[in-house]
Ligand binder design. Structure first.
Ligand SMILES: C[S@@+](CC[C@H](N)C(=O)[O-])C[C@H]1O[C@@H](n2cnc3c(N)ncnc32)[C@H](O)[C@@H]1O
Length: 234
């Protein structure tokens, strides 16, 4: 497969009734939520670099939306650098854990909600930044999810993303390991693309790419950090 294409690794589900599809899609993540919350961060130094970088882009007069927030670890670290951070995930189990963390560590700028990044959300043109960390390779349709994220931004707003580029991994991972793991319910649906294809998809939405970085500190880093600004064309 050419490296700059985007394709689902497994059979893309047909467009079925939104709520049934949503519940089915979130099932994998609901099942792994408790373990995900307990697992240590794989590359703490790389994670801190990303947080430091994102903090530098945020200001306390910004309204921010996070999509695919998981159990809220990053949102809890970033909220105090914003005026308001709404962190969303389509997995009710992930959001339940995030809300418990927020109860334990209250922060008035932060709230959590269940929402699917593949579906339109309320709040068009309401945000100064949209954050998507370790999410864009997991959505059903990259162009559609990006279109919705961009639609949520005010003119000049920032899309800040960190994304696993599965096409950049050893080919045995996307073409053997992940399908096998999917077959036994141990891996989610993933999209297979490289950084070049991801950048092109972001630009297709009228965004202007400001920065492309890699923050990993352990071996080859297949996760690309991209900052893009909503231009006049978006
Ligand atoms: C790998 S985890 C990343 C969580 C968090 N952003 C982080 O960096 O630790 C992916 C998260 O995206 C969520 N997710 C996957 N597809 C989604 C979608 N279409 N809409 C919203 N959330 C989604 C999953 O439920 C999961 O919590």
């Amino acid at each position: 497969m050419p490296s700059s294409t985007i394709s689902p690794l497994a059979d893309a589900p047909p467009a079925v009734h939104a709520s049934a599809s949503h519940a089915r899609k979130a099932r994998f993540w609901d099942r792994v939520a408790v373990k995900y919350a307990a697992d240590p961060i794989v590359d703490p130094a790389g994670y801190e670099s990303t947080l430091w970088r994102v903090q530098g882009l945020l200001t306390t007069d910004m309204d921010v939306l996070e999509i695919g927030c998981g159990t809220g670890t990053t949102a809890l670290r970033l909220a105090r650098h914003t005026r308001r951070l709404l962190a969303t995930d389509f997995s009710p189990a992930m959001i339940a854990i995030a809300r418990q963390k927020l109860t334990d560590q209250p922060m008035q700028q932060l709230s959590f909600a269940v929402a699917d990044a593949d579906e339109p959300m309320a709040g068009q043109g309401e945000y100064d930044a949209v954050l998507a960390f370790n999410l864009l390779h997991l959505v059903d349709d990259l162009d559609r999810a990006l279109q919705l994220a961009v639609r949520a931004l005010r003119p000049g707003g920032l899309l800040i993303s960190k994304t696993a580029c599965i096409s950049e991994m050893n080919p045995l991972i996307p073409w053997l390991a992940i399908p096998l793991m999917r077959a036994i319910g141990k891996a989610p649906h993933v999209l297979c693309f490289d950084a070049k294809a991801l950048k092109a998809a972001i630009v297709r939405q009228g965004m202007v790419i400001e920065s492309v970085e890699r923050h990993g500190t352990r071996g080859k880093d297949f996760r690309v950090f991209i900052v893009a600004r909503k231009g006049d064309a978006a």
